[in-house]
Design a protein around this ligand. Structure first.
Ligand SMILES: [Zn+2]
Ligand SMILES: [Zn+2]
Length: 770
């Protein structure tokens, strides 16, 4: 008969203690997760007298599915959270999900497309309602997957970036930054996705090396013979050229200022300008300048006060300014234009050319730099303070090389375009009066303009990273002063993936320092990338993507988690191999079988784990084991302290298998068959050591350790909460000074050497074991 958690009331003394023959994770895991939740074992308590330890979980997309990156980035902090909890900390690990503006909107738009509809057919309100419906369904998926993995987050504090309280924080931040002149509206060149029909931040643009062509085109001088040759990879943009630029020191173009060329097709007269930006070594040294469609040209245009001519619109089609190509798709127009230039003898050359082309991170469409009126955050003042707090050590990056990467990025950061032409997200709290032209930015929706005119709200929403940038404090109730905020902010530690350090970590740093009165985290641990067993990056196209849920189904969450932890070494990518996964699955079996052995050898009437007798009376085998368990607990704590999850897992694996199971259990078998003190000593030490190893293993393999721990006799005070006991709240072992025993260590080491030598000789000479 096995004791189930529901049948337990208090410390009951069920005499029969048994584990099933094999560990069945599919029934065991959900049982204990529900048990922990019901106990409130993961709940933080701001009134507690224990020291606080806090982390926020990087909120996965609400429509997401647990992938290998999440699995790693939840396993690693879960090991930390469980360890700290067992070390006596009041742990807050705050979970939640992100509304993920563009990603979520795209998912629902795809569903609509399958029904031959667009969001415009539905209208804004109905579309938003449709997204909410989908989000509610999807939210259950990702959160139940987190439970399957065993993440010990405080679900009572779960947040969503579109919660009312978080939306209030968003408005407060927006309005404050606007009042201080750190949010402004302006017409600038932005990266535009013609498919998503929205502006994108620099980070949402993926640059891919693409095979293209470099076209050389003649622009004839207006005042006589000859032409200047310019080169471009995007010939259709030439229709928006407003100048030709050369380097001021380029002798080939001496005296060119004042002259002009004629832009083919649209017959615009283009002046020459001199600008240091031009590289005289490239091509002819003369470059076309298209302020409305190229970021560098935009700036050159600002410097020289050039007109901006937009020839491509928000759908990626040519505008009326493009003359004969108006209305054509940009790539169709490119082909037609090149043919015409060729026919007119203006195309001097076409070369194959590999160059980086920006693509929309979400849909893969080639982005188009366009002029657009958008909202921006003036980033420099925020970045300066975010640099300062790292420099003064208020936040520390681990591994330390991320400090330089962070600093470089923060130093070269551009103003942040925060408006998105989407419908899913925080709508910008700005209203326009068409009567008097007033712009009102406010936290509360204003009823009317002071002139009496009607107001119309900005139709854009905020970049999804604007709200997730507030995550560490908006989730704790800011702008209200809450007990959580007072106790848990700044958070102690953030564990996150390297690919969102700029998207997310950098924004949290800037906004946390500015608004929450200090850094959002004292330490940031950046995890590595999980690759396949050949060290290849996992990708759908390579077909080497590992689905964590499939693995959990096959080998159980414990074996999967242990594998990830055992491979998680700071700064090193992880090669996830079948061999390691299988090996650690066997390790779980080994623990299970050893536990069954221990249980089978306990006296029937033993209901409490006995105290370990004084060292002096103990057999050297026990003294050695107690000494080793001391060493192990010192090593595991030290390894976890320094983020060496791999070292901690490795030490535990070898100690359990090669010291405890292979040697100690073998050596105490005869003691367990004896009577009196010999047996009592063996039972006491065996149980003590077994208990300690289970506790140390618990942060890595929570489910199987709880299942075993629950059937072992415990002391009434162990991991007690209300009338229950759980290993997850039992104390994490630290060395017991009374067990330090170098003498026992050297005796048993010698014995091991002798036994190993005898075994070797015996097998070499073919002597039977008897
Ligand atoms: Zn797109
Ligand atoms: Zn007005």
């Amino acid at each position: 008969m096995r004791r189930s958690p529901d049948s337990r009331s208090g410390f009951d003394n069920t005499p029969m203690r048994e584990l099933t023959k094999v560990f069945d994770h599919a029934t065991v895991d959900p049982k204990w997760y529900a048990f922990w939740e019901e106990l409130g074992a993961f709940r933080a308590d701001p009134t507690s007298d224990r020291p606080p330890f806090s982390m926020v979980l990087p909120p996965p997309n609400v429509t997401g599915w647990l992938h290998i990156g999440h699995a790693l980035n939840q396993t690693v902090p879960d090991v930390v959270a469980r360890w700290k909890r067992m070390r006596g900390y009041d742990v807050l690990w705050l979970p939640g999900t992100d509304h993920a503006g563009i990603a979520t909107q795209n998912v629902v738009e795809k569903q609509l497309a399958a029904e031959k509809q667009t969001r415009h057919d539905l209208g804004r309100e109905a579309f938003e309602a449709r997204v909410w419906e989908w989000v509610k369904k999807s939210h259950g998926t990702i959160t139940s997957q987190m439970r399957q993995l065993g993440s010990s987050v405080d679900w009572s504090r779960e947040r969503f970036t579109l919660d009312d309280s978080l939306s209030r924080a968003v408005r407060r931040v927006f309005v404050t930054l606007h009042r201080e002149g750190l949010i402004y509206r302006g017409t600038y060149l932005v990266s535009w996705c013609p498919r998503c029909r929205t502006a994108l931040s620099d980070l949402e643009v993926v640059h891919k090396d693409t095979k293209g062509k470099l076209y050389q085109i003649k622009y004839p001088y207006t005042d006589g013979e000859g032409a200047v040759v310019v080169a471009t990879t995007r010939p259709e943009t030439m229709l928006g050229d407003t100048a030709v630029a050369v380097h001021p020191d380029d002798a080939r173009y001496e005296g060119v200022v004042g002259r002009s060329v004629r832009l083919p097709v649209v017959d615009r007269e283009l002046p020459f300008i001199l600008d240091d930006f031009v590289d005289p070594e490239f091509g002819t040294g003369a470059v076309k300048v298209t302020p409305a469609h190229d970021p560098n040209d935009f700036e050159m245009g600002q410097r020289h006060d050039l007109p901006q001519v937009s020839v491509i619109d928000e759908d990626g089609k040519m505008t009326a300014e493009a003359g004969p190509y108006a209305g054509q798709d940009r790539f169709v127009a490119r082909r037609a234009l090149v043919e015409r230039l060729e026919a007119e003898g203006l195309l001097v050359g076409v070369d194959d050319h590999v160059h980086a082309v920006g693509h929309c991170q979400r849909c893969g469409t080639v982005i188009e730099p366009l002029l657009s009126t958008q909202w921006f955050v003036k980033i420099k003042p925020l970045a300066e303070r975010a640099l300062e707090v790292v420099e003064t050590g208020q936040t520390e990056f681990v591994p330390a090389n991320w400090t330089k990467i962070y600093n470089d990025w923060m130093t070269n950061i551009h103003d942040w375009c925060i408006s998105r032409q989407l419908w899913w997200g925080h709508r910008i709290p700005a209203w326009y009066c068409d009567t008097c032209g007033e712009l009102i930015v406010a936290e509360e929706t204003p009823s009317a303009c002071s002139c009496g005119g009607a107001l119309r709200q900005d139709t854009d929403v905020l970049d999804t990273w604007f709200s997730s940038g507030l995550w560490p404090f908006s989730t704790m109730g800011w702008p209200t002063d809450t007990p959580d905020l007072a106790r848990y902010y700044p958070t102690t530690l953030l564990i996150t993936a390297h690919d969102i350090i700029f998207f997310w970590v950098a924004r949290m740093m800037m906004l946390g320092v500015k608004f929450a009165g200090g850094v959002p985290f004292k330490q940031v641990y950046i995890t590595s990338l999980v690759r396949d067993e050949h060290g290849q990056k996992m990708s759908k196209s390579k077909g080497n993507v590992v689905d964590p849920l499939e693995l959990i189904g096959e080998i159980g969450a414990d074996a999967f988690r242990f594998t990830l932890a055992a491979l998680a070494s700071p700064g090193m990518d992880i090669s996830l191999s079948e061999g390691r996964l299988r090996g650690y699955r066997q390790f779980i079996n080994k623990i299970w079988n050893a536990s069954r052995f221990v249980l089978m050898n306990l006296p029937e009437d033993l209901n409490t784990r006995p105290e370990v007798p004084d060292r002096d009376g103990l057999d050297v085998v026990h003294r050695w084991m107690l000494h080793r368990i001391n060493e192990l607990s010192a090593a595991v704590n030290a390894a976890l302290e320094s983020f060496r999850f791999d070292v901690a897992a490795d030490r535990l694996y070898h100690a359990f298998w090669h010291e405890y199971a292979d040697w100690y259990i073998e050596l105490v078998k005869s003691h367990l068959q004896a009577d009196g003190a010999r047996r009592d000593d063996a039972v006491a030490v065996l149980l003590e050591v077994h208990d300690r190893i289970l506790r140390m293993l618990h942060p890595f393999i929570p489910f199987v350790t709880e299942e075993i721990w629950q059937v072992l006799p415990q002391r009434p005070e162990d991991g007690r909460v209300q009338d229950r006991q759980t290993i997850t709240l039992a104390a994490f072992p630290t060395p017991n000074p009374a067990w330090q025993d170098d003498e026992a260590e050297s005796i048993v080491t010698l014995l091991q050497e002798v036994v190993t030598a005898v075994r070797t000789v015996r097998s070499e000479w073919g002597v039977p074991p008897a």
